[in-house]
Design a binder for this molecule. Sequence first.
Ligand code: NAP
Length: 267
Amino acid sequence: MINVAVTGAAGRMGRTLIQVLTEGDGMRLGAALERPGHDRVGADAGELAGLGHLGVPVSDDLTAVVDEFDTLIDFSVPESTLAALHVCCAASRRMVIGTTGFDTDGLAAIEAAASEIPIVMAPNMSVGVNVAFKLIEMAAAILGDDVDVEVIEAHHRDKVDAPSGTAVRIGEILAETLGRDLETDAVYDRHGINGPRDRRTIGFQSIRGGDLVGEHTVMFAGTGERIEITHRASSRSNFAFGAVRAVRWLQEKPPGLYDIQQVLGLG
Ligand SMILES: NC(=O)c1ccc[n+]([C@@H]2O[C@H](COP(=O)([O-])OP(=O)(O)OC[C@H]3O[C@@H](n4cnc5c(N)ncnc54)[C@H](OP(=O)(O)O)[C@@H]3O)[C@@H](O)[C@H]2O)c1
């Protein structure tokens, strides 16, 4: 049985992770964490996730519960992740990091910690998205400069940034595979008289509306035909399933910084 702790337990991903962990085999929720002062500290983690009583109270002190888990799943905020790194290194605990938005110093701290403990970190833990990344790379390598490439993403109306981090990652994969530079070749906006399309460009379109969880399409448009590779998320559980898969994979690994592509055997 693998004992797992979840930070950001009251958040959207935290509650989804508690549900997925509790329903799966071979894992047990050992601890649930929230920031000090959060109104759900002390609440039962199962009740927080809508599951009924689990007997795991939400804690605001990772050090105090460090004996209750082997691996920490962290989908919270960078500040919380970086504080958890110290505790996990001191106690030799593994980490699966889904939190996004680290600055250069934060990324350097994670890399340094990975020389002491095994860490999986991925800005998108979805198994399906990562399979789509591989398919996009394959298609781009074969189609090359014979097609125009467009990335279209759609998310809920509350998402504040655009394009999505996943769309940017898709852009990086396309640029690397096609020998282009995202800095100069990405086009994020078209309006008015733009002239004919330059084949080297990688176009991005962002749609925002309603409660869309997240959709990404890459269109490879050639003459007389086009290929579209699409991933659609219908709930946040896809990210949680990927994180749980990473926890299982990490158990036999030495210290190091791994990504989800390695977990899935795609890297
Ligand atoms: N890698 C992936 O596949 C993936 C997928 C989805 C989301 N994410 C990322 O995961 C993170 C969380 O996303 P979300 O949608 O779940 O956000 P969210 O609903 O805002 O949840 C974040 C939770 O972390 C809590 N928190 C803040 N400071 C904390 C601390 N010091 N210790 C413990 N908990 C703390 C927040 O509490 P308060 O609200 O009270 O501050 C909140 O409950 C984001 O960085 C997001 O980009 C990654």
